[in-house]
Design a protein around this ligand. Structure first.
Ligand SMILES: [Zn+2]
Length: 266
């Protein structure tokens, strides 16, 4: 089996102590590609290091809404330069978030539109985060469309009724292990409405862990909770296969094709 993690944060400081073992455990389970998303200017260099030293790691650069307040005045120039230095790199994670504490949605929109413009002018795929800001996201994409290559709505938690519209706009959708909690049953069920050729699988590791009883491997956290091990990607494959009445071996071929198509991977 060859499986790609369409969205994760392997550069996260919480993973660094055990990263060599973690990647070995993933590879032993057939996970061979990772789209590693930066979240803030301060981690762009760490993403570059991973992408240039670890086979199968692909870089994606951006500012996550939670970390935009700490950006430098030159962040957009810095981002453009980085993308030009790395022609294979993608954009993200970026997006809109009204769920966070004290969101500054006007500022988030400004930052998102800079990313969208770079996606369009440099023709790069882009990964979007959206929580409780779907009308604003739709308006941004209308005003400032991303590259025609398409975009990924990672951990899609929007209304099921809007999936069709997002498909027409060119979206890919990825399901993460956090959606396997019973409390997220409706979000998981919405994925059955995503056309098969637009479906990707992700972990968002080290965040969005599955229910602890399902976890394939666990990473301990100091506060007795557990982090999401990227080997949990296989849980997403099994869940989607079960929900669609497909064999995982058949589904994996389709989602791998989709990942290559979404990110321009050869
Ligand atoms: Zn993420």
């Amino acid at each position: 089996m060859h499986l790609s993690d369409a969205h994760c944060h392997l550069q996260d400081p919480r993973l660094q102590d055990t990263l060599t073992d973690t990647l070995r455990e993933c590879r032993a389970r057939g996970i061979h590609r990772w789209m590693v998303n930066a979240t803030r200017e301060a981690d762009w260099a760490a993403v570059t290091t991973l992408a240039t030293t670890e086979p199968g790691v692909h870089a994606s650069y951006g500012l996550h809404p939670w970390w935009q307040a700490e950006r430098s005045p030159h962040w957009a120039c810095h981002l453009e330069m980085l993308l030009k230095q790395h022609p294979e790199a993608a954009l993200g994670e970026t997006g809109l978030d009204r769920w966070m504490k004290n969101p500054n949605i006007e500022d988030q929109i400004r930052v998102l539109e800079e990313h969208l413009e770079l996606s369009r002018t440099l023709d790069r795929p882009i990964t979007l985060h959206c929580l409780k800001a779907w009308p604003e996201l739709a308006a941004c994409l209308k005003r400032s469309p991303p590259s025609k290559k398409g975009f990924l709505l990672h951990s899609y938690a929007g209304p099921e009724a809007q999936i069709e519209g997002w498909v027409r706009a060119g979206a890919f959708f990825s399901l993460s292990p956090g959606f396997l909690h019973p409390r997220n049953a409706a979000r998981r069920a919405a994925f059955t409405k995503v056309p098969l050729e637009r479906l990707l699988l992700e972990t968002d590791a080290p965040d969005m862990p599955p229910p602890e009883t399902l976890a394939i491997l666990r990473l301990k956290r100091e506060d007795s909770q557990h982090l999401n091990h990227p080997a949990n990607l296989a849980l997403c494959l099994d869940a989607v296969a079960a929900d669609r009445g497909m064999r995982p071996e058949k589904l994996v071929l389709q989602v791998e094709k989709n990942a290559s198509c979404a990110f321009g991977w050869v």
